[in-house]
Design a protein around this ligand. Structure first.
Ligand SMILES: [Ca+2]
Ligand SMILES: [Ca+2]
Length: 214
């Protein structure tokens, strides 16, 4: 049960305790904010996350920059609201633990490379288009900083550990940068993973049909 809000350093930063293991740093919003008080009293994590977004939405001048809700599985209402907020205020970064709805079990976050691949496919880009979009200084390799900036530009949400894991897994020659062939290799590896998953899902589906029809 979450029922307390901790306001520390009220002039610069309010820390809103949102769950036992989660404290949200909320800069600028005043400590007496009624909407945020509601968040703290909400016992449902997913509903609480929606309430938090509503508070953000209703405080257009809050200056809120980054909220991490990685331990929270969010619902469709949250996702719709998040999109609305982010469309209007691109400076706001909100990461969450994926959607699943209140009654579903939390889904695993997709692998970082899968997140990239989905973005590229959804935008009907070629891998090379994506690479050159990220490679701002046209050095034919991507630094971590270029990755960070590029992801921000695309609106892909990845937390620091996911980003580091991605760069580490792609950077085969360990020079700290990702060149095009490294990105391509990563994409091919992901394609193989996807295929494996697809076959697994297919087998699972066939098993289920067998049970249902036997
Ligand atoms: Ca570069
Ligand atoms: Ca490299």
């Amino acid at each position: 049960m979450v029922n307390d809000i901790e306001a520390k350093h009220p002039q610069t930063n309010n820390l809103v305790k949102f769950a036992d293991d989660l404290t949200v740093s909320v800069p600028v919003i005043s400590s007496g904010d009624a909407a945020l008080d509601e968040v703290g009293k909400n016992p449902l994590q997913s509903a609480g996350a929606v309430a938090l977004l509503l508070a953000v939405k209703n405080n257009p001048s809050s200056g809120l920059m980054e909220i991490e809700l990685m331990d929270i599985t969010v619902n469709q209402e949250f996702l719709a609201l998040l999109k609305e907020i982010q469309d209007g205020r691109p400076g706001i970064k909100i990461s969450h633990g994926g959607s699943g709805g209140a009654n579903e079990k939390p889904k695993e976050r997709p692998a970082p490379m899968k997140i990239l691949k989905n973005y590229i496919e959804n935008n009907q880009m070629r891998l090379y288009d994506f690479f050159s979009m990220m490679d701002k200084d046209k050095s034919m390799s991507l630094t971590i900083q270029e990755f960070v900036n590029g992801l921000q530009e695309t609106g892909i949400h990845m937390n620091d550990s996911e980003l580091l894991a991605l760069v580490e897994s792609l950077d085969k020659d360990n020079d700290g940068e990702i060149n095009y062939s490294e990105l391509m290799l990563g994409s091919i590896e992901q394609k193989k993973e996807d295929r494996k998953q697809q076959l697994k899902d297919q087998a699972e589906e066939e098993r289920r049909i067998k049970i249902l029809t036997s």
